[in-house]
Design a protein around this ligand. Structure first.
Ligand code: PLP
Length: 395
């Protein structure tokens, strides 16, 4: 009954659902405090108080026909202007309201920009490991996903392979920094090299290649690490932002795209992306929460809580003998599986009620992802179990 295009997604979905159900089964059997579920990237830090206060204030003081009504498909003009000014203050950019399109989270923003720019058969490059949904988003518009293999020493993008895989059909490159699933932040040096490669390839092929910066984790960084703002390094950059993690609002579905004036065909892209927002069925981003994020434009999530978890889990696991790169951002740890078959390692973890996501879910087998957006107690209590798991592998 379902379309051919949907069939692989339905098959794949059962693996994710099984993991979710496994967590529920273990919690029902052993109690929630005995299960160490590191599988979900759902923020554990609540949204800042200012979000609740803004919801109350806005609903009390705004004309409901405006607040809950239709607006431009790009979103409320005042909201976009407020966010543009905040970006300009923080990153020394020159955006105006017209450069922003409010979207239904990052997922929707990526779909909007891909629908706007992709012709069937055109290629979109991604760097493994990567958020596997990118593949689905690219296929939504009959694009072709081109994977670059991982540099498992640094988890910075493998630029030598990147340079080789750019063709006359390359339409876009997606980067995600801070990065899911490794927590790595791409250095300024990496960004400069990547931009230089793109500039040279655009010239060589006489094409336009858009760099899509998927950055839902921008605010989640540790040890004072800087996350370069990519529009300043490469003109054909489109930024996809989300408040899902930065304000702990994943269920509210709110984010935005930035299409700078410097991008080739900027005005045409903005018009088309605004229409894509409508024709994809979103019409516009949810209205109340647009107003809320504008009011909370300078609000900060409790990064210190994630940092405490990061250090406890990283130190605990490395002391057990596990290998992993120390994350500089986001809330994930990407741990090398002690055996090549990381799915078997995930299975072994379940004996200790530890739930991890196999790296093959990010196109990077041999590793597992732990989401440390959990309670601190979960981390502390999981460490003796990780020790037993490590012992099984002679670590
Ligand atoms: N991109 C990456 C790398 C993510 O990890 C996620 C969510 O986990 C998304 C995009 C989607 O974010 P949103 O909830 O804003 O759609």
């Amino acid at each position: 009954m379902i379309s051919e295009k949907m069939k692989p997604y339905v098959q794949n979905n059962s693996a994710i659902r099984m993991m979710f159900e496994e967590g529920n089964r273990l919690r029902a059997k052993y109690g929630a405090d005995k299960v160490f579920d590191f599988s979900l990237g759902n923020p554990s830090v609540p949204a800042p108080d200012s979000v609740r206060e803004a919801i109350i204030e806005i609903t009390n003081n705004t004309d409901p026909t405006v607040l809950h009504g239709y607006m431009s498909n790009a979103g409320f003009e005042d909201v976009r202007q407020t966010i543009a000014e905040s970006l300009n203050r923080r990153f020394d950019t020159k955006f105006a309201a017209k450069n922003l399109i409010m979207t239904v989270g990052a997922a929707s923003g990526l779909n909007v920009i891909l629908k706007t720019i992709l012709n069937p058969g055109e290629e979109v490059i991604v760097f493994a490991p990567y958020f596997l949904e990118y593949g689905a988003y690219v296929r939504n518009y009959d694009g072709v996903l081109v994977e670059i293999s991982p540099d498992t020493t640094t988890f910075q993008p493998n630029l030598a392979e990147f340079e080789q895989k750019i063709t006359s059909k390359t339409r876009a490159v997606i980067v995600n920094t801070p990065h899911n699933p490794t927590g790595v932040v791409y250095s300024e040096e990496t960004i400069k090299k990547l931009s230089a490669i793109l500039e040279a390839k655009q010239k060589e092929f006489g094409t336009v290649i858009y760099l899509i910066s998927d950055e839902p984790y921008r605010e989640l960084v540790y040890d004072g690490v800087e996350v370069p703002y990519l529009t300043k390094y490469y003109d054909n950059t489109v930024v996809g932002y989300s408040y899902s993690k930065s304000l702990s609002l994943p269920g509210e579905r709110i984010g935005y795209l930035v299409i700078p004036d410097e991008a080739d065909g900027s005005a045409e892209l903005i018009t088309a992306a605004t229409i894509a927002n409508r024709t994809l069925g979103c019409v516009n981003a949810p209205s109340l929460i647009q107003k809320v994020v504008a009011k909370c434009v300078d609000a900060k999530t409790d990064v210190a809580a994630y940092d405490k978890n990061r250090l406890a889990l990283y130190n605990g696991l490395t002391e057990c003998g596990f290998e992993c790169i120390k994350p500089q951002g986001a809330f994930y740890l990407f741990v090398k599986s002690p055996v090549a078959d990381e799915k078997a390692f995930c299975e072994a973890g379940k004996k200790y009620n530890i739930l991890m996501v196999p790296g093959s879910s990010f196109a990077c087998p041999g590793y597992v992802r732990l989401a440390y957006c959990v309670s601190y107690d979960t981390i502390v209590n999981s460490l003796p179990e990780f020790k037993k798991l490590a012992a099984e592998y002679g670590l």
